[in-house]
Design a protein around this ligand. Structure first.
Ligand SMILES: Cc1cc2nc3c(=O)[nH]c(=O)nc-3n(C[C@H](O)[C@H](O)[C@H](O)COP(=O)(O)OP(=O)(O)OC[C@H]3O[C@@H](n4cnc5c(N)ncnc54)[C@H](O)[C@@H]3O)c2cc1C
Ligand SMILES: *[C@@H]1O[C@H](CO)[C@@H](O)[C@H](O)[C@H]1NC(C)=O
Ligand SMILES: *[C@@H]1O[C@H](CO)[C@@H](O)[C@H](O)[C@H]1NC(C)=O
Ligand SMILES: *[C@@H]1O[C@H](CO)[C@@H](O)[C@H](O)[C@H]1NC(C)=O
Ligand SMILES: *[C@@H]1O[C@H](CO)[C@@H](O)[C@H](O)[C@H]1NC(C)=O
Ligand SMILES: *[C@@H]1O[C@H](CO)[C@@H](O)[C@H](O)[C@H]1NC(C)=O
Ligand SMILES: *[C@@H]1O[C@H](CO)[C@@H](O)[C@H](O)[C@H]1NC(C)=O
Ligand SMILES: *[C@@H]1O[C@H](CO)[C@@H](O)[C@H](O)[C@H]1NC(C)=O
Ligand SMILES: *[C@@H]1O[C@H](CO)[C@@H](O)[C@H](O)[C@H]1NC(C)=O
Length: 565
């Protein structure tokens, strides 16, 4: 039955209509399945194998229970997300989650509790080629089914799921290749480049870089995607101070735009799209199938680490942060990047030798020595070197595993150099950071801004990144049985906690790790680039086939956003 005739029937006989429409859609999905080589499949909740009332499912409940909090397991599973409220419909409570504090307890999915899809896309395409993406755009435009792109499902703002949507699952695009003399198509200047399929994750990319004796600049988590949302939203890592953000190092994208064209975007063709994909955000301008990024020679890293046990002793935390902020400008100039919390500071440096590094980091080393001589519980000082980023990362990632499988509201702030300029501003900053920990103790100070890496105005992230030193994040979490009000409170509290830093900084935040309700988000994420990004969005996606939450040019009233609170 044609779409027009179905609509007429709906007007005349609503009940028969629902039935006819279901049949109509079933036949449309079946046709779509044929056009993507049989790679259309249904989305199901991760926990479905544990639902006692559902005997039809396949899958291994005991594996779900033991690996519920494992990021690798989640990112390999189409219907699972790293931050699981994005599997749920927060507005209606429809969900299929376990208690993250006791995943052996099946009460959360035992009647009267139901196991529902929530925001998980009911259909996924296992994307293999540009034709698959083309078919999805055609389907979405004709039938008004919203599209989402799901790569790893790491997104903190729910941009890779949506209720009643069709998902483009890029996970299996795993090709990686290295060309020492990569020339972007249509250009003439070669540079060393690694081409990453859209589904490559950082651990695989780092292992590959190790095998080729090169350095790739990437994030601090092993399962974040290397060529998808991380890259298009900016992409920071511990080497970014000296080696740039991900977007600074992008050489070329191959992307299917919503008109169905498969385009090459680089410095020599489709430059507007190239600009937009270098910071305008994932899920907005097209579906990237591969990204080529700059490869650098292997670097030797000098590493200094100070840790202690207590996460609640404000006095020691204050001393740690005083030391960090007092030296932050000098350390940035000396090439240090890293990560810190209330009781950990990890700094790495790819440009100094051991003696220069020890001299530069002397204030932190002395602080560590003092903690040890004061016999502060668990005080540790490590001063060492690693022969490559990959060897450092494996050491780091073994100890530092991100929270996975826990619903949470994340908030963040970029902290500009101005906040480190005087003793007064340093004190004010430390005060603001400590104030934030009162509400959200799990604060992370990421010393990952590209402060020594000059931008050349060819990327579209907010220019505030260049004049910043820190990117600070904080989280507020909830469990499976939180009410809608509890969730709202968590979002509000997290937002209020970062207000302590909003008060003393300009409107600037990293779009990939930002408050879901970031005020003035266009300016915060993109600064003066927003207008140009909006024009590019309207040019390539006039029918809004690729809208996402707080993304450039999105339409907030669309039904695909109905699960947000
Ligand atoms: C535990 C954890 C650690 C993190 N660590 C870091 C870090 O060190 N540095 C950092 O910068 N960020 C970090 N992030 C944030 C990360 O950059 C974002 O979560 C980002 O959205 C992940 O992109 P993805 O493609 O892996 O995830 P997804 O959730 O699958 O996708 C995210 C967004 O990108 C879009 N997208 C994905 N693939 C494509 C594609 N091929 N073409 C077009 N759009 C696409 C999606 O539609 C969605 O809008 C971290 C997040 C988590 C949860
Ligand atoms: C798509 O086709 C394949 C191969 O025929 C089939 O195995 C699969 O179940 C189909 N998907 C859906 C959603 O019907
Ligand atoms: C079992 O789960 C499948 C897949 O989600 C669903 O289609 C079916 O309706 C469920 N059956 C029952 C009895 O809940
Ligand atoms: C199910 O998962 C458990 C735990 O991971 C594992 O020990 C077991 O072998 C799996 N069973 C099957 C049939 O795969
Ligand atoms: C991945 O690489 C293989 C081998 O080079 C090639 O045949 C295949 O087409 C590539 N796949 C994609 C999606 O680029
Ligand atoms: C690896 O790269 C470094 C830095 O460029 C170089 O000094 C070294 O010789 C290379 N090692 C090998 C085995 O190629
Ligand atoms: C921190 O909190 C104190 C006490 O509430 C307040 O006076 C001060 O202004 C706050 N500082 C910042 C930077 O938010
Ligand atoms: C980038 O733009 C700014 C503001 O327009 C300008 O001051 C700066 O010189 C530009 N930088 C480069 C490298 O073009
Ligand atoms: C939520 O569930 C946990 C265990 O799963 C239980 O301890 C707690 O009391 C529950 N809270 C509410 C409000 O029901």
């Amino acid at each position: 039955m044609s779409r027009q005739r179905t609509l007429l029937l709906c007007f005349l006989a609503p009940f028969t209509c629902a039935f006819t429409q279901a049949l109509f859609l079933a036949s449309e999905y079946s046709a779509l399945n044929s056009s993507v080589g049989g790679r259309l499949f249904r989305g199901t909740p991760l926990v479905l194998p544990c639902v006692p009332s559902n005997v039809t499912h396949a899958g291994n409940c005991s594996q779900v229970q033991t690996e519920y909090l494992d990021e690798g397991f989640r990112t390999n599973t189409p219907g699972a997300y790293v931050v699981p409220q994005w599997e749920t419909c927060q507005a209606t409570g429809a969900q299929c989650l376990l208690d993250y504090t006791n995943t052996l307890d099946l009460t959360p999915v035992t009647p009267p509790r139901e196991c529902l899809l929530g925001s998980i896309p009911p259909y996924f395409i296992d994307v293999q080629s540009e034709d698959d993406v083309r078919a999805a755009f055609y389907f979405s435009k004709r039938l008004q089914v919203p599209l989402v792109i799901k790569n790893t499902g790491h997104d903190y703002k729910g941009r890779s799921s949506a209720p009643h949507s069709l998902a483009l699952w890029t996970h299996n695009l795993k090709n990686i290749s290295y060309e020492p003399d990569f020339v972007p198509e249509g250009c003439s200047t070669p540079s060393a480049g690694v081409t990453l399929g859209a589904g490559v994750q950082w651990q695989d990319a780092y292992d590959f870089a190790e095998s080729q004796n090169i350095t790739l600049v990437g994030g601090s988590d092993k399962t974040v995607g290397a060529a998808g949302g991380w890259l298009q939203g900016g992409g920071h890592g511990m080497l970014s101070n000296t080696m740039g953000l991900g977007v600074d190092r992008a050489l070329q994208f191959k992307v299917v735009t919503p008109d169905g064209q498969y385009r090459v975007a680089n410095a020599c063709q489709n430059q507007d799209l190239f600009f937009a994909l270098r910071g305008g955000g994932g899920g907005t301008f097209g579906v990237v199938l591969e990204s080529t990024v700059l490869a650098s020679p292997r670097v030797t890293l000098q590493v200094v680490v100070v840790t202690f046990d207590s996460t609640t002793d404000t006095t020691i935390t204050r001393e740690l942060w005083n030391t960090m902020t007092a030296n932050a400008l000098q350390w940035a100039e000396d090439g240090w990047g890293g990560i810190a919390t209330t009781n950990v500071a990890i700094y790495i440096n790819p440009i100094l030798g051991p003696a220069e590094a020890a001299k530069s980091m002397n204030p932190l080393i002395e602080f560590g020595q003092k903690l040890q001589s004061d016999q502060v519980e668990g005080a540790q000082l490590i001063s060492t070197s690693f022969e490559s980023w990959g060897t450092f990362f494996n050491w780091f990632a073994a100890e530092n595993v991100a929270i996975t499988g826990v619903s949470l509201a994340l908030v963040s702030r970029l902290i500009p150099k101005a906040n480190f300029a005087t003793a007064e501003s340093q004190t004010e900053l430390v005060e603001g950071l400590l104030n934030t920990t009162v509400i959200t103790p799990r604060i992370i100070i990421l010393v990952t801004a590209p402060s020594s890496y000059p931008g050349d105005n060819t990327t579209s992230v907010t220019e505030a990144w260049r004049s910043s030193l820190y990117h600070v994040t904080a989280v507020s979490s909830w469990n499976w049985n939180a009410t809608k009000e509890d969730k709202k409170t968590a979002y509000t509290q997290a937002s209020a906690s970062i207000d302590n830093l909003r008060r003393i900084t300009p409107d600037a935040a990293y779009q990939n790790e930002a408050d879901v309700y970031e005020p003035n988000h266009e300016i915060s994420f993109w600064g003066s680039n927003y207008q140009q990004l909006l024009e590019i969005k309207n040019k390539y996606d006039p029918y809004h086939l690729l809208d996402c939450w707080n993304c450039v040019g999105w339409k907030p009233s669309a039904p695909q956003f109905s699960c947000y609170l």
